[in-house]
Write a protein that binds this ligand. Sequence first.
Ligand code: FAD
Ligand code: UDP
Length: 367
Amino acid sequence: MQMYDYLIVGAGLFGCVFAHEATKKGKKCLVVDKRDHVGGNVYCENVDGINVHKYGAHIFHTNDKDIWDYVNQFAEFNNYVNSPVSISKGKLYNLPFNMNTFYQLWGTKTPEEAKTIIESQIKEFGCKNPENLEEQALSLIGKDVYETLIKEYTEKQWGKKATELPAFIIKRLPVRYTFNNNYFNDAYQGIPIGGYNKIIDGLLEGIDIKTNVDFFKDKDALSSLAKKIVFTGKIDEFYDYNYGNLEYRSLRFENTKLNTENFQGNAVVNYNDSNVPYTRIIEHKHFEFGKQKHTVITKEFSEQWTTEKEAYYPINNEENQKKYQAYKALSLQEPDVIFGGRLAEYKYYDMHQIIASALQKTKKEFN
Ligand code: FAD
Ligand code: UDP
């Protein structure tokens, strides 16, 4: 009955890269996903000629030439550089935190002027070992930037106080003393021309796929189809919430098509203020420099996660990490299941990190 070498649960980037590499090694794979499409969170929906990033804005960036070459096998990338702006108390600021932001905040024109203010605020706070996101932000960039551009956005995004969140989250954002609005420090960045589906279709070419299939609804029958399982869903669900739920943050997306050419002049506009219910508005055409007469915008609302909702972000605080370690210990006892991806590893991975991790796991499996 074992028609396949691998049953791959989840057609996100991790599952697709694993399936592709296994197929190259002559293995037979079946990829299943509970959604009605493949691609996981990088999936794009074409709405009247505009690639809408259905599960939130996705910008590919990496410092690793091998990963860049890997994705470029499947699609050509444009030269889009992510430069979001943030609106706070009616004023607009450049992100990430750079000389433009500092000028907008204080009118400082030289790195020395900006550094003097930031360093005096960091000194005033005087924290040596930041233990949470608030402490980390205050010791990285000072009080003014924290209060204008971080605190309210962060608490809206995570539904928790910044003092209850892990410090590493804020280290995702660069701080620089140059007039450079590039959100990432990586050497390679862009959007695949024609959308992310091109990469997914390339990865899955010639591989058996079944959508609208929830692994947990037919676990035994599906498992019996293959010698091994690659699981990219939620690790706590895999173990029937044995040690209790891991916490996630969910999102709700509100899409609107508008008969206007250019709604906000940028792909990503963040809204810091707590009285604005969404965290950001995405105008998708700007990812591909679209010239259409219409536009599609998405308001992104951050929401409390429940088991019926999509889990988008792991909440990697101490309590959840402890629980995750207990699940991980169970997973290490499974000779025939490979766990990978954002949900199965409960990790705030970006796309390039997911690809690197899937390639590493295939290497381990086949070498
Ligand atoms: P997923 O894409 O989540 O795929 C997992 C798949 O498994 C899903 O399709 C799901 O339906 C399926 N599945 C789960 N359980 C089951 C089950 N029981 N049965 C069958 N199928 C199941 N990264 C970047 O590099 N740049 C960005 O700009 C960026 N922006 C992001 C914005 C948002 C809002 C979010 C949420 C993420 C962003 N990311 C970004 C991260 C990126 O989405 C992930 O790194 C990557 O897509 C994760 O791939 P994955 O395969 O691990 O998971
Ligand atoms: N962040 C912030 N203000 C912003 C943008 C981001 O305070 O305008 C913080 C917030 O805590 C967020 C984290 O930085 O969760 C990481 O932001 P990023 O844009 O990398 O998040 P993602 O795109 O993964 O949601």
